[in-house]
Design a binder for this molecule. Structure first.
Ligand code: GCV
Length: 681
């Protein structure tokens, strides 16, 4: 556990060769060259003390803890507030003011002090200049979480990390928890990075629970406790993915029926033991009745019955169950046009609104399908006002370039979080998620750059900052990340570096969209690993992800009038907007409608010409990004530069492959030549 009160907790040592991401030592210079007084007690205040001491040791400042020494003046005061401040700011909020040459952070609680500290780090010198009127900062979402799809043992198909593109797991190696001092220092460093962008919860194992992962709940809980110990100093609570069938697999019961008393007792006892090992344990994450995972359907019970079973076991300890809404038929017959995977989550869950326990959170993927580069918002998010909802996004780039392509997802997530399911004047998704939070599938691993592609660190950073403020301008978040990670020192002439980084990242999501599956139709990826194009890869498969291209047209008719009725799952105005190709936004046209190739978009182009044009443009943009990046050599750390340069080679190759597959496929299907006469194979 933590060091005793009032002792600084030392900053963990970054293992050799590992990239400091958005916390290079230089970002601590402005704070570390001043005199700071810290007041408050508790383990997170000890962490703050350790951070300031680390900064001062490097940059010549001084830090004192407790009462002001007579005759000594301070430039910075970091304090946990009393009375009204505590109530107004909450445990995680803080106020910042600068007057009379003193910068003062007053936090509502210990966690707020930690976030206030990292806020000062982000502000850099600006935090210590002139006067600053009192401003308050509080996270909009109480739960800001990363889910790791990390396997404890290497899985024969999915490897150590399912959909992981950043090496092995930070937590597990070959069947065991990582436990060397160096490995645990790295876990602590991960916690440090997460706290610096606002994340406060981590689920440490895959939602697809195999045998080894299942046992983390029982005889192997000590391994989870060790991870929790490493993350705790940075205000991060640890969560565990569990199998709904655990009472059978681990407890030897003949059933996992959520209404069976022996099952309830088993979960209660097991959960009690988890809390004995990890007193601040966050709770369970459950994938049930989904892609082969067991669930309550086997007993004729509802998902509210299932979630409430675990919620009941967690409630005495203040824990939460995160119950995933990703439930659909993955054994669909492609000939069956009456089943639509996009409908599934709403069909299963909307009727259960109001039935979930207060400490059950329904975790809903932001789109109705599965983290495609473009999807509408999941209609579940606007349809369950009586349920605590968490929005799930995917930082790991399963369908967005697998961290071989630069694809900053901030604008996509921001669009989802700002979307208003019931139209203008009604709550945004960010507001609707207040009860449950924002959860991202992590893109981090044991890669020296944390995320495989160094520029994918921007996605991880953006997750935390958007969870803190879902209405933040994503470009401002990117700017913060650039300043911390690439331009920490106020050196002359970093404008070219800033400009170059914005040039390659600002529009990278749309670039990726341009050269992959068009107009919201999704998938068209190679089955299994999901990298690279295969237009018909999933067309005759059981997974429910079809595009229905033929010689006349393409897209899925999800209208109420003639299609699967999915558009009718939305409230007004969206149900009407999506219902007709005349009002449906271009970028979602093929998600909602099957149209002829000659259909004219709002942009004035035909669908087929749009496909050709965007695919040529997307490749040109990827080539341009590669060129811009090459020009930044000498301005970026050489190892980072080299890694990104290597990834751009692959991105350009991959983009060309996508372009040629998609354009050729649709040229052959439609027989319509490119109006601009470019070469199509
Ligand atoms: C963890 C998609 C991915 C799976 C993932 C699943 C989920 O289907 O391909 O790897 O499983 O989503 O979100 O549970």
């Amino acid at each position: 556990m933590s060091a005793s009160a009032s002792e600084p907790v030392p900053v963990p040592e970054l293992p050799g060769g590992v990239d400091p991401a958005w916390l290079p030592p230089a970002v601590f210079r402005p704070l570390g060259s001043r005199r700071t007084l810290i007041s408050g007690t508790g383990p997170l205040v000890d962490t703050v003390h350790g951070e300031v001491a680390y900064a001062c040791a490097r940059f010549g400042g001084r830090v004192a803890r407790g009462v002001r020494a007579p005759g000594v003046s301070y430039d910075v005061v970091l304090e946990v507030g009393e009375g009204g401040d505590r109530d107004a700011l909450g445990d995680e909020g803080f106020a910042l003011v600068r007057a009379g040459g003193v910068t003062r952070v007053t936090a509502g609680g210990q966690a707020g002090l930690l976030y206030g500290l990292f806020h000062l780090v982000r502000l850099g010198e600006a935090a210590f200049r002139g006067e600053r009127a009192r401003e308050t900062h509080r996270p909009a979402l109480a739960l800001r979480m990363l889910d790791h799809w990390d396997n404890v043992a290497v899985h024969p198909v999915m490897g150590q990390v399912e959909r992981g593109y950043a090496g092995g797991s930070l937590f597990w190696r070959d069947g065991l928890a990582r436990s060397t001092p160096e490995e645990l220092a790295r876990v602590r460093w991960y916690g440090r990075l997460l706290a610096a962008c606002g994340v406060n919860a981590v689920a440490v194992n895959n939602v697809n629970v195999h045998e080894a992962e299942a046992r983390l709940l029982t005889d192997r809980v000590g391994e989870v406790a060790a991870i929790a110990d490493a993350l705790r100093p940075y205000g991060i609570r640890t969560h565990l993915s569990v199998s709904f069938a655990a009472p059978m697999g681990l407890g030897g019961l003949p059933t996992a029926d959520p209404l069976h008393e022996a099952v309830t007792d088993w979960w209660a006892e097991t959960t009690g033991r988890v809390y004995a090992a990890i007193p601040d344990f966050g709770g369970y994450v459950v994938k049930a009745d989904s892609e082969g995972q067991p669930g309550p359907f086997a007993y004729g019970r509802s998902h509210a019955d299932g979630a409430n079973l675990l919620a009941g076991a967690l409630a005495p300890y203040g824990g939460t169950v995160h119950w995933r809404a990703f439930v659909y038929d993955h054994r669909q017959d492609w000939r069956d046009r009456s089943t639509d995977r996009a409908r599934a989550a709403y069909d299963h869950f909307a009727p259960l609104d109001g039935e979930f326990a207060p400490n059950a959170v329904l975790q809903v993927k932001h789109g109705p399908l599965d983290f495609q580069v473009r999807e509408p918002l999941s209609p579940v998010i606007g349809a369950m006002p009586g349920t605590r909802l968490a929005v799930e996004i995917q930082a790991t780039q399963e369908y967005t370039g697998q961290q071989r392509h630069a694809c900053w997802l901030g604008p996509m997530w921001s669009e989802a979080l700002r979307f208003r399911p019931e139209g203008e004047g009604r709550p945004s998704v960010g507001e609707l998620a207040r009860g449950g939070g924002l959860v991202a599938v992590s893109n981090a691993g044991d890669d020296p750059f944390w995320t495989g592609h160094p520029l994918a660190q921007a996605n991880l950073y953006t997750v935390g900052r958007l969870a803190w403020r879902p209405d933040a301008d994503p470009r401002a978040v990117l700017r913060e990340w650039i300043e911390l990670s690439f331009v920490p020192e106020e050196t002359a002439g970093p404008e070219r570096l800033r400009g170059g980084l914005h040039a390659v990242l600002d529009g990278s999501w749309r670039t990726y969209e341009k050269y992959t599956a068009p107009l919201g139709v999704g998938f068209m990826v190679q089955p299994g690993h999901h990298y690279g194009p295969s237009v018909d890869g999933y067309e005759y498969s059981p997974w429910g992800t079809y595009h229905f291209a033929d010689r006349d047209g393409v897209g899925v008719d999800r209208s109420r009038a003639t299609g699967t009725g999915f558009a009718g799952q939305y409230a007004k105005p969206w149900a009407e907007v999506y219902e007709s190709p005349g009002t449906c936004p271009d970028e979602l046209l093929l998600f909602f409608h099957h149209v002829p190739y000659g259909h004219v978009l709002h942009s004035g182009e035909t669908v087929i010409q749009h496909i050709y044009d965007t695919h040529f443009e997307g490749v040109a943009e990827a080539e341009e990004a590669r060129r811009v990046w090459a020009g930044l050599v000498g301005l970026v750390d050489p190892a980072r530069h080299a890694r990104v340069a290597e990834r751009y080679e692959e991105q350009v190759r991959g983009a060309r492959e996508w372009r040629d597959h998609i354009n050729t496929y649709f040229f052959r299907k439609s027989g319509v030549p490119d109006a601009r006469g470019r070469r199509i194979h």
